[in-house]
Unconditional design. Structure first.
Length: 212
């Protein structure tokens, strides 16, 4: 197979962490040596992107980060996942690029995928040997959590075991620590317990197979 170029288009720069599970997943399908990855960081482009719709951002992502498959991230949030996939499909059609694409739609949001490993959270909190309870739900229950982001923030704060000013400083760094959690998860196969990741794996395998 020729070299594959894969680009992730997120809602913002914090979505870069999704490249980690995507890389792992693709490595289960093809030789990772033949794959190049890009994150479409549109906020760094010269154009003003204020108010741009998804159908307007897609051509920009393809122009500046050309690829064979465009991974498009949208959190399900309070919508059924199918609604987000329909939104992505409509936006691809409106963009008129004919781009091959795969939707990345965590339920309810990206942070649900980062709650699968307690060890990663403790290390990201700089307290790997801490014993404070993190109260993480079972993996199978993650997609039923109403606010995974708040749950991850609370878990990080509990894991650091800091108080007062030191906790306040820790809280200022939490966006960076969320990114760090993603890099520290050792067993990404745990994500296969989640319906949203199962859909991502199915669609990724299909997209890559169509290119063979």
């Amino acid at each position: 197979m020729r070299k594959l170029r894969l680009t992730l288009l997120g809602d913002g720069s914090s979505d870069r962490c999704l490249l980690i599970p995507i890389r792992w997943l693709v490595s289960q399908i093809v030789d990772s040596a033949i794959v190049e990855y890009e994150f479409a960081d549109l906020g760094r482009l010269p154009e003003s992107l204020s108010g741009r719709t998804l159908s307007q951002r897609i051509p920009l992502a393809i122009r500046y980060y050309p690829c064979d498959v465009l991974f498009v991230h949208r959190d399900a949030e309070r919508e059924p996942p199918a609604s987000r996939f329909d939104e992505i499909a409509r936006s691809i059609t409106e963009a008129g690029t004919g781009q091959r694409w795969v939707g990345v739609v965590p339920v309810r949001m990206t942070e649900a995928w980062l709650l699968v490993e307690e060890r990663a959270i403790r290390i990201a909190a700089d307290n790997p040997n801490g014993a404070a309870p993190l109260d993480l739900p079972e993996i199978e229950a993650l997609e039923r959590m109403p606010d995974p982001k708040a749950l991850l923030y609370r878990a990080l704060e509990a894991a650091c075991e800091k108080r007062g000013r030191r906790l306040a400083q820790f809280q200022r760094d939490r966006s960076w620590r969320v990114q760090r959690v993603a890099t520290l998860i050792q067993d990404l196969s745990k994500l296969r317990a989640l319906s949203s990741f199962q859909r991502l794996e199915h669609d990724t395998r299909k997209a890559i197979a169509e290119m063979s």
